[in-house]
Design a protein around this ligand. Structure first.
Ligand SMILES: Nc1ncnc2c1ncn2[C@@H]1O[C@H](COP(=O)(O)OP(=O)(O)OP(=O)(O)O)[C@@H](O)[C@H]1O
Length: 508
């Protein structure tokens, strides 16, 4: 019999004796009972110098699994399950991977700073239960930690912290990331209708490797993001909440959404895609903010179109039919009106959302605004400190094209690259359009034909731009000519007027 096994057996025997004693204790006079207990505990501590800590899967009447239990489960799965003889398999991430954990009544050992720790998995089964009422979820599982009592302090203060930290780190690595969006909740009638987050699994393939942009700019953004994610202590030291604002601006199709996905993939954050027009008012906005988690990116796309944030509300359409008499129809109309009523979020509400007191709840968050028209935004909204980094995503340059050629055609160089480089300098084309041209449309197309397609499109775009410029110049010239002839006309009238005046004078 091994020492470990002896320890477990002895532990079980002690627990058994305690159980029997609890039944018979009532038959003993109180003083005698206390004496027996005192000496029994002395005996236990003499023959059984171990400390045991139990972590139950469910606590009290709770329906949610205890966080400590789940974290320990993850820690043991990663650290000790290879030593357990019987394992349970849990499939995660849509059948993409399997996580193994200890099966019931298994025991594994762990070592921490030279100290041995035993972990056992067990379960309690309710006593009164008919065969028909048996359900697997009636069982209540628990983990039991056993260690030598002399190590009590280091185990309770240091080892358990280590287990929880490691378990949480594993959770971050293995969790399925989510893409949230806000919808109006239908429950509770129109009075309590408020926006709530709903989510799907986030699986966007965009990364900084696939993002086509100036490499220097890309490196700068990567450094900024990595520094941010490592700066928990720094933010605490300077007294700032741990969040950072990014403003992404540029024409449609230059990669703003792709960059947000790449950011989330780099930092392993969730995304909250906030549709401001569906947010009822500032209170609703605050509630949504409170419901976001740490390690996330809160995105407001096309912020310039989201709301009229200058303080003016869109005029409510008047119903021409007049007051509704029927109470049911009246209520339905009221509900409809309420639904159609535009968002009442104001600029100050949004500013509060970004950097007010409430914005500090939760931490490690990026707030990203995107716009096609930076000049339309209120300066207060995008000043540094709120939107810490302004990133312009622009038309495709040659360096960005090289990334796309590598992604789409597996090409690092080609004799046509020189022509493409010249044309990209002369013409504005978005990375989205370049990518579309590089994508083979049939089995007959190869890398060279795709490059030729791109060249043709660039030449067409160049010609289109030339014709547009000529047309604009013509219109401008016509306008100027019109203005001049108007001016001349006025001058002639003026001078005729003067002559007229003179004639009148002469007549007098
Ligand atoms: N910089 C880029 N790098 C790689 N792919 C890009 C880039 N820009 C655009 N694309 C491609 O074009 C598609 C559209 O780009 P994306 O939605 O990111 O642009 P956007 O700037 O967010 O546009 P919008 O302002 O209309 O929302 C993407 O799916 C991607 O395939």
């Amino acid at each position: 019999m091994t020492g470990d096994h002896y320890m477990t057996q002895l532990g079980s025997a002690m627990a058994g004796i305690m159980f029997v004693w609890a039944i018979f204790r009532q038959w003993f006079p109180q003083e005698l009972g206390e004496q027996i207990e005192k000496y029994f505990h002395k005996l236990v501590s003499y023959v059984y110098p171990y400390l045991q800590i139990t972590f139950h899967e469910y606590q009290g009447d709770g329906f949610e699994r205890s966080k400590a239990y789940v974290t320990i489960e993850r820690y043991l799965s990663a650290n000790s399950s290879n030593r357990a003889k019987r394992l349970k398999a849990n499939v995660i991430k849509d059948c993409q991977s399997v996580v193994l954990s200890m099966d019931d009544y298994e025991e594994v050992t762990d070592e921490f700073k030279g100290i041995k720790i035993w972990w056992t998995s067990s379960k309690t089964i309710p006593q009164q239960r008919s065969i028909f009422s048996y359900r697997d979820d009636d069982e209540r599982r628990y983990y039991k930690l056993t260690c030598h009592r002399k190590n009590r302090d280091i185990i309770t203060k240091v080892y358990l912290r280590h287990v929880f930290d490691e378990g949480e780190a594993i959770a971050v690595k293995t969790r399925q990331r989510k893409l949230y969006t806000n919808n109006k909740s239908e429950s509770g009638g129109w009075r309590s209708k408020r926006t709530m987050w709903s989510h799907i699994i986030f699986e966007h393939p965009s990364t900084f490797d696939t993002l086509a942009m100036d490499p220097k700019k890309k490196k700068d953004i990567l450094n900024d993001l990595r520094t941010f994610s490592r700066s928990k202590d720094y933010y605490k030291k300077v007294g700032k909440s741990w969040k950072r604002g990014y403003l992404l601006y540029g024409p449609p199709g230059t990669g703003k959404s792709s960059m947000i996905a790449a950011m989330a993939n780099l930092l392993e954050y969730d995304i909250y895609d906030l549709e401001l027009t569906s947010v009822k008012d500032n209170t609703d906005l605050r509630k949504l903010l409170i419901d976001t988690s740490s390690k996330s990116i809160i995105v407001i796309e096309d912020i310039d179109c989201s709301l009229d944030l200058t303080g003016q509300r869109k005029e409510k359409k008047e119903d021409d039919k007049g007051e509704e008499k029927d109470p049911i129809a009246k209520k339905a109309k009221k509900e409809k009106d309420n639904d159609n009523k535009g968002s009442e979020v104001t600029l100050s509400g949004l500013l509060n959302f970004i950097d007010g007191l409430w914005s500090a709840c939760g931490s490690e968050r990026l707030i990203v605004f995107t716009t096609n028209y930076i000049e339309k935004l209120d300066p207060a909204l995008i000043r540094r400190g709120r939107m810490d980094k302004h990133i312009e995503l622009s038309y495709c340059c040659f360096e960005a094209f090289k990334v796309l050629a590598k992604n789409y055609l597996d090409l690092e160089s080609h004799e046509l690259f020189a022509t493409i480089s010249r044309l990209l300098e002369e013409t504005n084309m978005t990375p989205a359009d370049v990518a579309e041209n590089l994508m083979p449309k049939s089995d007959e197309e190869n890398a060279e034909s795709c490059l030729n397609n791109l060249i043709k499109s660039l030449e067409d775009a160049k010609e289109e731009a030339r014709l547009k410029a000529v047309e604009e110049a013509r219109i401008k010239a016509e306008e100027e000519a019109g203005e001049k002839s108007e001016e001349n006309g006025e001058k002639v009238e003026e001078s005729e007027g003067k002559i007229g005046d003179g004639e009148e004078k002469d007549d007098i």
